[in-house]
Design a protein around this ligand. Structure first.
Ligand SMILES: Nc1ncnc2c1ncn2[C@@H]1O[C@H](COP(=O)(O)OP(=O)(O)OP(=O)(O)O)[C@@H](O)[C@H]1O
Ligand SMILES: [Mg+2]
Length: 285
């Protein structure tokens, strides 16, 4: 059956902003974060003085100019990179890992079956074969790929592979899901479907999410809040509340005036950072 999300939606009503929910507990605290890389051309300050609090169960989207330090921020949160200043903390730990990452593009092992890719974090953690298989199968069901457990990644479409990467992050059982442009390589219809699927999956897991994207529409569609990051070095320039209930459908919100006003506001803040960053960039010699 065709997915209704891709059909025109003449009956859709303007979405009304919801009432302010009770303040949730703090989940991630980032204070005075700094990262200086050493490169052949000298030191590179990727992040300098970045402060950000993320609430339990919040879906925070992050936009910023290319090269401003967004992936660096996620890598530090994931423990894949060390900060050179400040602190990051995942509070009130309830799950096995503090954070799990979904990277952009190819991130699956091509020689492993889909279920073994998904089970990989459990294999690293030393879980037994049976537990790995059960958890991988359950996660694949959640992303709608139960039938493809025995397939290899090259037998799937790019959208399906990205779903597998999400299943793998779910299996890792982390307090915070870090997503670095997970849908940017996908065609638009697939991206719109995965945006809906992700909201449905997270509605059940209740995990806190930090989601980096270059798409302003995607940031406003998915986020409870949108953080606009400055040109390098990264700091938080502005935070926008998106006061609409989740899950949201693109077909429902795209005609809503409040929603569109917010999209324009985010773009205006981002535009200044992108333009400033481009003007400040050294000329090619
Ligand atoms: N290992 C490294 N050594 C030196 N410089 C680095 C290293 N990794 C990243 N950088 C620099 O740090 C800055 C931030 O990089 P980062 O990848 O975090 O940006 P980004 O915001 O994710 O960019 P994009 O939107 O293009 O993905 C860039 O100027 C980049 O060149
Ligand atoms: Mg990046």
């Amino acid at each position: 059956m065709a997915r209704s999300s891709l059909q025109p939606s003449p009956a859709s009503q303007p979405v009304t902003p919801m009432e302010q929910p009770p303040a949730a507990a703090l989940k991630v605290r980032i204070a005075g974060l700094a990262k200086r890389y050493q490169s052949a051309a000298g030191p590179v300050d990727a992040i300098a003085g970045l402060d950000l609090d993320v609430r339990e169960g919040e879906f925070l989207t992050v936009v910023g100019p290319s090269g401003c330090g967004k992936s660096t921020l996620l890598r530090i949160l994931a423990g894949l990179e060390t900060a050179t200043g400040g602190a990051v903390e995942v509070l009130d730990r309830r799950r096995r890992l503090p954070a799990a990452v979904v990277f952009q593009g190819v991130s699956l092992f091509p020689w492993l079956r889909v279920e073994d890719n998904v089970a990989y974090p459990l294999w690293v953690a030393g879980s037994g074969r049976r537990r790995r298989k059960e958890a991988a199968r359950a996660a694949l069901e959640r992303v709608g790929l139960g039938r493809f457990a025995r397939a290899y990644p090259n037998q799937l479409s790019e959208g399906m592979r990205q779903r597998v990467a999400i299943a793998r992050a779910l299996v890792a059982d982390a307090d915070v899901l870090l997503m670095d442009e997970p849908f940017s390589a996908l065609d638009e219809p697939t991206r719109l479907l995965l945006q809906e699927d992700l909201q449905a999956i997270l509605g059940k897991s209740g995990q806190t999410v930090i989601f980096v994207t270059h798409s302003i529409d995607e940031a406003v569609l998915l986020g409870d809040r949108v953080a606009v990051i400055t040109a390098r070095p990264a700091r938080v320039r502005a935070l926008y509340d998106v006061p609409f209930p989740r899950p949201r459908r693109y077909t429902e919100v795209r005609h809503d005036r409040h929603f569109n006003d917010l999209t324009v506001e985010v773009w205006e803040a981002l535009r200044e950072e992108v333009a400033g960053g481009i003007r400040a960039a050294p000329a090619e010699s």
